[in-house]
Design a protein around this ligand. Structure first.
Ligand SMILES: Cc1ncc(COP(=O)(O)O)c(C=O)c1O
Length: 382
């Protein structure tokens, strides 16, 4: 074991005005559910993404839950979802009493496989009374949730051209993709509602937090209403539907405003880390990278490599105090989702899970740490 300091995977980087803004909340008592920072944070995220409105939520999972409700997903519906995603995407579907319908991953992009999606929609669904039905059991498919895995994106033109043939609302899980765009259009704005997350490992963090973005004023108002207990009167506790206590508090939004000011520099640093690693690993026989399409500009959120020596590399990095993580376990491997319909041919999600490792790429990572990680990855695979 070397005597170097532990190198984390992707940790928050509090480097700007966060302290100042939080102190202001504490000094003025505006720490809770309303306050100027909430509005400012919402607008900053919306502006950055090129959307008209932003609605803050306690976390990305809550944002997705609200987005699905607003898209009309109902109990017993299916929602099409990549099998390879973080569990929160699937959970947000379950909260409504709906069921994920899983599609395998593309072997190169690691996003939802569009060939499988197209085939599935063509051959296994039908339209009845303007609704999309899964032929096998007659259940409605209420929405599709593409997830921009690791801040990358699929061929969105093709995705949209496939989906638009069907009555199938899109809810984008862009939780990992703040700073990612396709042909210049920001992730989260390809559907009427998109969602971002600001948990501890995301490109910016509010500790915990999320934002829904939309161009539709009515949807934005309704999202705000649902996240704030659906209170319909200013001075009376009159609530006109079942709402949620999903507000992001002003104290955390203050952190978010400080973080948003730093976002361009964070994206730059992530990209530097990606470029450094790719160059360092050039020519290594047993390392492959996630493919990026020429039309996609990724935010470089979580640098992940693919190798057939996954366990050996993981053990070596751990022994050298370098935090490395496997991908999320695919949804069909989890007890709650093991019986979900799973559209696949080769189970690429399983292969990706068994071969991929994310390696340190915090925005605060030093050049020295990047060199140590690259050196140890090479040493393990030599
Ligand atoms: C793909 C994906 N979906 C949803 C979420 C949920 O976000 P949060 O942790 O803010 O609830 C995350 C992040 O954790 C995620 O990576």
């Amino acid at each position: 074991m070397s005597n170097q300091q532990f190198i984390p995977l992707s940790v928050p980087n509090i480097a700007g005005n966060e302290w100042k803004y939080v102190k202001e909340c504490l000094d003025t008592g505006w720490i809770s559910s309303v306050g100027a920072y909430v509005n400012q944070f919402e607008q900053m995220v919306a502006d950055f993404a090129g959307a008209k409105y932003g609605v803050a939520a306690v976390n990305g999972t809550a944002a997705l839950h609200i987005a699905l409700l607003l898209s009309g997903v109902k109990q017993h519906d299916y929602v099409i979802l990549p099998n390879l995603t973080f569990v929160a995407s699937a959970n947000s579907i379950k909260y409504i009493g709906a069921e994920p319908l899983l599609i395998d991953a593309d072997p190169d992009l690691w996003q939802m496989d569009l060939d499988l999606l197209e085939e599935f929609l063509e051959n296994e669904t039908d339209e009845k009374n303007g609704e999309l039905i899964y032929i096998q059991d007659g259940r409605r498919i209420g929405a599709i949730m593409p997830v921009h895995i690791l801040g990358n994106m699929c061929d969105m033109d093709r995705f949209l051209s496939i989906v638009k043939k069907y009555p199938l609302p899109i809810v984008e899980d862009a939780t990992e993709a703040l700073g990612t765009s396709y042909k210049g259009k920001h992730a989260g704005t390809f559907s009427p509602i998109g969602c971002f997350s600001f948990n501890g490992n995301k490109i910016i963090s509010t500790g915990g937090g999320g934002v829904i973005v939309t161009d539709d004023e009515q949807l934005a108002k309704h999202a705000k209403h649902l996240t704030t207990t659906a209170k319909a009167s200013v001075d009376e506790y009159y609530h006109d539907e079942v709402g949620y206590n999903y507000r992001l508090v002003n104290l955390l939004a203050a952190v978010g405003v400080g973080q948003m000011e730093l976002l361009p520099s964070f994206i730059k640093r992530k990209k530097e880390a990606v470029a450094f690693y790719k160059k360092s690993f050039e020519g290594l026989a047993d390392i492959r990278f996630q493919k990026e399409l020429p039309d996609v500009q990724t935010n470089g959120w979580l640098f992940t490599i693919q190798t057939d020596q996954q366990q050996k590399l993981l053990d070596h990095l751990n022994a050298n105090k370098i935090l490395s993580r496997r991908f999320w376990m695919p949804m069909n491997k989890l007890p709650m989702y093991k019986d979900c319909v799973y559209v696949q041919q080769k189970d690429n999600a399983d292969y990706i899970y068994n071969t991929c490792l994310s390696i340190p790429c915090s925005t605060s990572i030093t050049d020295e740490q990047l060199k140590i990680v690259a050196r140890e990855v090479k040493a393990a695979l030599r």
